[in-house]
Design a protein around this ligand. Sequence first.
Ligand code: OGA
Ligand code: MN
Length: 213
Amino acid sequence: MNVTDRPQAAADAAAYARIADALAGPGWCLTGGFLSAAQLDALRVQADTLDRQGAFKPAGVGRAADLAIRSTIRSDRVCWLDPESRDGAIGAYLAQLEDLRQTLNRDLCLGLFNFEGHLAIYPPGSFYRRHLDQFRGVELRTLTCILYLNPDWQPADGGLLRIYTDPDRPDHYEEVAPIGGTLVTFLSASFEHEVMLASRERLSLTGWFKRRG
Ligand code: OGA
Ligand code: MN
């Protein structure tokens, strides 16, 4: 079926093209309203069910043997996702990301190969200090994709994502509110970022497209 046969598919294709342009330029992109309100509601319900089932664990820093839970660096809880799953709202979103991956590989030759991602709950009072999404010595993570799931987020709720957008000016940043339906994409190697203290529970689905190892 041609993408223009379905209005949603056409809107998605336009969003993917915009993201490709932004990644080729500044290297990061903010897409508001990436998901419909219905899809967001369904994602929140699915996340809530997983939380009730005890699927969220304290987040670690580093990987494998280096993995350490350091609540002074980050204090969220995460639920890793099966990237192959196409179940429910999470699966539908992962399918959209797969379409984005194909667009970016075609238009930018990014060589994005596979995906890893998790839901993340930041309880009130939590944060994630300034960091890069690539692990030292393992530069496979290529594209970071963060989708926010929070309804009615208010400035007083804090929890902004601060992206250090200019490598030549280390203290220069842009801030993004974690408003439901906002998708943030950036080249993982290029941008340090941090999550400012959230005073209300903050839910996101964060993932990375990796190059082939
Ligand atoms: C991460 C991260 C940012 C956010 O999980 O690595 O930086 O806004 N998340 O949730
Ligand atoms: Mn990060």
